[in-house]
Design a protein around this ligand. Sequence first.
Ligand code: ZN
Length: 268
Amino acid sequence: MTPAVWFDSHCHFDFSVLDASREGDWQLASSLGVEGLLIPGVTRTQGESLSAFCAQNRRWRYALGLHPYWCQDHREDDLLWLATALQQPGVVAVGECGMDRVLVKEGSATWDAQWQWLMKQVELAESTGLPLVLHIRGAHDEVAAELRRRRFSGQGLVHAFSGSVQQAANWCDLGFCLGVGGAMTHPRAQRLRRTLQQIPPENLLLETDAPDMPPAFLGRHHNSPAMIPLYGHILSCLLGIETEDLAEQLQKNLLRVFPVLAGSEMAG
Ligand SMILES: [Zn+2]
């Protein structure tokens, strides 16, 4: 049997906190079968550096977007930049964009401001045909309903999914995959593990969200794409399927949701 091949579908591998460990983390991840990763865009400034960052390694791919965490940094003309930058060959998706109710509670970004940035990026996904990478916390119902209302026909990833079975089903109906990572490893995440067991494997993708969301067993150490094969084993146990079969299914899901990854660079 050929060894399982994995992919980290959401990894902030460009963040400077990883500067000292990036090379070692990548070597370890590759040696364990992680064949690539998708780095989301979060701001214009960071997005402008991603093409050069990913030129270092053809297995590192990127999306471009304006993340709700940085709402206060985004400027109106960042959308013009984004519309142009998304035309670059090799851009995999629009995002990371989304809605985060915690930011509203903390007072760092209003619901309306987040909604406007998100909808502009949904429009860009519609006009470019690129999939969406979504960050959704406490807003699954609202965003899924709006995408349904506007008959969004694209695909995408709802990263770090932690909603209900019904919310998962709504995303699956829209053609989205749900990102699964460190959260499922925490002893108290029983509801999430039960939810994952009810999501069709065709709608799952693995992700680390490194350097964030470390698994329970990593303590305070920053997260790394090298965790992905372990997540694969854990998820295959949860779902009651063979690890290799899961890896194969996830690879199919990845190329379905992010067709740009099926291009020559990843296939080689
Ligand atoms: Zn992220």
